[in-house]
Design a protein around this ligand. Structure first.
Ligand code: HEM
Length: 397
């Protein structure tokens, strides 16, 4: 298999999305690409882009043709193929069940209330820094079993895991690679020590459960448990932050939705799903072709990178009626915001729960949520992530 091109790792956005305005609102560009070049090769980034729902779904549901083993530096379930993938996923599934996640609801509510409380009397909150960022980090730290005193370091490690290069230069790329390597070493050392403690003295946390998990005599190795904990930080924190922030962004851009959801709180869960379709935190998912394959009239060669644009597929009128409209109670809603197929997001129940709790709480406690006027939105610099860096809102308490 060909080595992954450096450019892919460096998160260069597709050329049509280089401007800030387009990154803040890429959906018109997606519509043009879906229409004009549904499957195309990008010489600059050295990869294929796939934009239509049907084609994206085809890529994601065929791991035999499109491999996830694109990044061999750390092996976790996200970057493994069957049969190894199933073995890893089944083992962690024992600890990460929807029932176990649902039991976290009261604690998530408590953390949300605590984070929101100091801001209620000000009528203002920096939604991302004060609520949407700390909430998932605290929840995942508690779930894994990280001592509260280590939270700050934990947050830093988590940030570096998903950090992109500051620009396109080789220098910035090398700097980032080194920072990430250091970060990985620190994480390994940190988790190795916790694992040792939990082996000696199991507790009621995810690490202890993972160490005990067993299927047909198979257990996870120390390295696999550590890789999984690191994966949870990398896959779960920034994504959930952006889901919450993107949902609130929609509510302030379309304020009539605030009234509708306050009147119909039973639609909050489906509004969270619709956010994952309409403003998905992850807009693109990478694979590598295992063999030469035809897709929508194009020939993809074995070893080629293939980027599936779920952000574009989620607005495909061939799949969704009124695709550009936010419909709070859309049914069915087969969005691919959590991916599709065997790698479908393991953390989906947790992300959904956190977003639901936050939206319910905001709608109950405050009114007229709007972006603080004259705020200039800054898109997150990543080709795969859709979100903004800051989202200060004002409201009536
Ligand atoms: C996989 C999105 C939250 C853990 C994925 C995938 C997507 C995704 C698109 C599929 C990647 C692929 O096919 O290559 C999201 C979004 C989230 C979110 C949008 C928040 C709104 C979380 C959380 C956790 C988590 C909270 C854990 C605490 C995982 C894991 C995988 C995964 C472990 C790999 C599953 C596998 O390979 O079988 N996620 N995720 N995610 N996600 Fe999430």
């Amino acid at each position: 298999m060909k080595q992954a091109p450096r450019k892919y790792a460096n998160y260069i956005p597709i050329r049509e999305l280089h401007s800030k305005e387009r990154q803040l609102f890429p959906f018109q560009v997606y519509a043009e690409l879906r229409e004009n070049t549904p499957v195309r090769y990008d010489e600059h980034r050295e990869c294929w882009d796939v934009f239509r729902y049907e084609d994206v779904q085809y890529v994601l549901k065929n791991p035999k043709l499109f491999s996830s083993e694109r990044n061999r530096t750390s092996s976790s379930m996200l970057t493994t193929d069957p049969p190894k993938h199933k073995q890893l996923r089944d083992l962690v599934n024992q600890a990460f069940t929807p029932k176990a996640i649902e039991a976290l609801a009261p604690r998530i509510q408590q953390i949300t209330d605590e984070l929101l409380a100091p801001h209620l009397s000000n009528g203002k909150i920096n939604l991302i820094d004060d609520l949407a960022t700390p909430l998932p980090v605290i929840v995942i730290a508690e779930l894994i079993g990280v001592p509260a005193t280590d939270r700050r370091e934990f947050k830093h490690w988590s940030d570096v895991l998903v950090k992109g290069a500051r620009d396109d230069s080789e220098e910035a790329f090398q700097e980032l690679v080194q920072e990430k390597q250091r970060n990985m070493q620190e994480l390994y050392t940190y988790f190795a020590a916790i694992l040792e403690q939990r082996r000696a003295e199991p507790q009621e946390d995810l690490i202890s459960l993972l160490l005990a998990a067993e299927i047909e005599g198979q257990q996870l190795t120390t390295e696999e448990v550590i890789n999984f904990c690191i994966l949870l930080l990398a896959a779960g924190n920034e994504t959930t932050t952006n889901l919450i922030a993107n949902a609130v962004r929609i509510l302030s851009e379309q304020p009539e939705l605030q009234l509708e959801l306050r009147e119909h709180p039973d639609r909050v869960a489906s509004a969270v799903e619709e956010t994952l379709r309409y403003y998905p935190p992850i807009v693109a998912i990478g694979r590598v072709a295992r063999e030469t394959v035809e897709l929508n009239g194009q020939t993809i060669q074995a070893g080629d990178q293939v980027i599936s644009w779920v952000g574009a597929a989620n607005r495909d009128a061939a799949q969704f009626e009124h695709a550009d409209k936010f419909v709070t109670d859309r049914k069915p809603n087969r969005h691919m915001g959590f991916g599709f197929g065997i790698h479908f997001c393991l953390g989906a129940p947790l992300a959904r729960l956190e977003a639901r709790v936050v939206l319910h709480t905001l709608l109950q406690r405050i009114e007229h949520i709007q972006l603080v006027s004259e705020t200039e939105l800054e898109p997150i610099q990543s080709a795969f992530v859709f979100g903004v860096k800051e989202y200060p809102v004002q409201f009536n308490a």
